[in-house]
Design a protein around this ligand. Structure first.
Ligand SMILES: [Zn+2]
Length: 449
């Protein structure tokens, strides 16, 4: 068995040799180099899959030895794999799942990955697209598609596997479709520059019906708008007088989508509760520091000022003060077990998204790092903003979350530690954090309808 130190030395050697590669002499050489490096990357992914699978097996044996029941084994391993690879628990779960499938029931795909003939992404498609099948059928499909792995596009690969899966086990495919229907959901993800993605995962026929309804209403609105324009032009009105905004079809369909879901008469009139954090210098002065919508990211300060100036947007201000040196929010204390609303809001602002390193999920729970049962206080010092899953996982054997309001240290069952700073992301946008006191941060949110 190789020791961890020997492995670290070998990897360091590889990293050093890659960093010191001389420039390639020609265009052809650069493409050759890309191909060689891609092959190495794939082989590394196979080595990671082997290590992941061995880790899972060892943990299983270890826990069986502790007489932990099968259903209670392997709790939280996906997050341990994610943390080790700098990924969220969600991605960690997919990587763990793919690794165990490749090592146990997809030998040909694994061999192609280790040999550099297929990418990690395509290997993951094979694992995911066969996940509902028996081990025997997975092995069979692994053999049937081996000649196409690494040659087919991702969509060709998916369809090829689906076709074989339907043929081999129609019932499993139907059950999977039923499960997918149960997993329908709507989620909100940050986009860029003031836009967000609102995604609905729906059974196909329902998604088509929603889109049809939107198209129909859009056609009606555009036709009505054209009629108005024609009538106004006939009456001699100028385009300005008839409000010719020349909206694109995409804009109209997006407006109707918002109006239908919020019940507003116009898309701009929404009164959804949102919390915006901005420095007072951005709000009242001409500072360039953007505002921050907790969980979603930065917004241009001018856009938020414009929105706050809209008399239609009901709103009030809550003033929060920050520490002069680094912009950390100030503390609140409470004797109650449940975090008061103000403290929960402060956590959502400070941690922005779940504080577990690399987890992208929204903050759902204000968690006591040291639990209430063990005498942990309901206080800013002892609080972390976490998503529900991370909050549950940290209760498993061998996990601990420790720290201060300024940093969080996560310790996993193997004793590995991951430390991240926890200051409001907006405080990291200042070009010079040694500036004079940042001063109060203003939070403004429109009252909910
Ligand atoms: Zn989380």
């Amino acid at each position: 068995m190789e020791t961890a130190v020997e492995v670290a030395e070998k990897v360091q050697e590889l990293v050093t040799s890659l960093a010191s590669l001389p420039p390639a002499a020609s265009e052809e050489d650069n493409i050759d180099r890309l191909q060689h490096l891609e092959r190495a990357k794939r082989a590394l992914a196979a080595a990671q899959a082997t290590a992941t699978n061995a880790f899972v097996e060892q943990r299983k044996a270890h826990e069986a030895g502790m007489r932990i029941t099968t259903s209670e084994q392997l709790k939280g391993i996906e997050a341990e794999v994610g943390l080790a690879r700098g990924e969220s628990p969600f991605v960690g779960a997919a990587l763990t799942y793919t690794a165990t499938a490749l090592c146990n029931v997809l030998p040909k795909t694994y061999a192609a990955l280790a040999d550099g003939r297929v990418s990690e992404y395509h290997a993951r498609i094979v694992a995911e697209q066969t996940s509902h099948l028996s081990d025997a059928h997975r092995r069979e499909i692994d053999g049937l598609i081996a000649h196409r792995v690494g040659k087919a596009s991702s969509s060709q690969l998916r369809k090829l596997i689906q076709g074989h899966a339907y043929r081999l086990d129609r019932k499993a495919a139907e059950q999977r479709a039923a499960q997918n229907r149960r997993d329908r959901r709507v989620c909100l993800d940050p986009g860029s520059d003031g836009l967000s993605y609102l995604t609905a995962e729906l059974p196909t026929h329902q998604a088509v019906a929603v889109m049809d309804a939107l198209e129909k209403l859009t056609n009606q609105r555009l036709a009505a708008h054209r009629r108005q324009q024609t009538q106004a032009a006939a009456a001699g009105d100028t385009p300005e007088a008839i409000g010719d905004e020349s909206l694109s079809r995409d804009q109209v369909i997006a407006d109707i989508f918002v109006e239908l879901l919020t019940g507003q008469t116009t898309a701009d009139g929404v009164t959804a509760e949102v919390v915006v954090v901005m420095h007072d210098t951005s709000l009242f002065g001409n500072d360039d520091v953007p505002a921050w919508l907790p969980g979603h990211g930065p917004l241009p300060a001018g856009m938020v000022k414009h929105w706050l100036a809209d008399p239609a947007a009901a709103k009030f201000f809550r003033r929060m003060y920050t520490r002069a040196t680094d912009g950390q929010l100030v503390a609140l204390e409470s004797k109650r077990r449940h975090f008061p609303e103000g403290l929960s809001k402060m956590l959502a602002i400070r941690d922005d998204t779940c504080a577990t390193p690399w987890c992208n999920s929204p903050v759902e729970d204000a968690d006591h790092r040291k639990s209430w049962a063990q005498g942990g206080a309901t206080s800013w010092e002892n609080a972390t903003g976490l998503c529900k899953r991370c909050n549950q996982r940290k209760e498993n054997r061998g996990w601990s979350y420790t720290g201060t309001p300024d940093l969080l240290m996560v310790t996993t069952p193997t004793g590995h530690q991951y430390t991240v700073p926890t200051r409001p992301p907006i405080s990291q946008l200042r070009h010079d954090t040694t500036d004079p006191p940042i001063g109060p941060i203003d939070i403004a949110w429109p009252a909910a309808a």
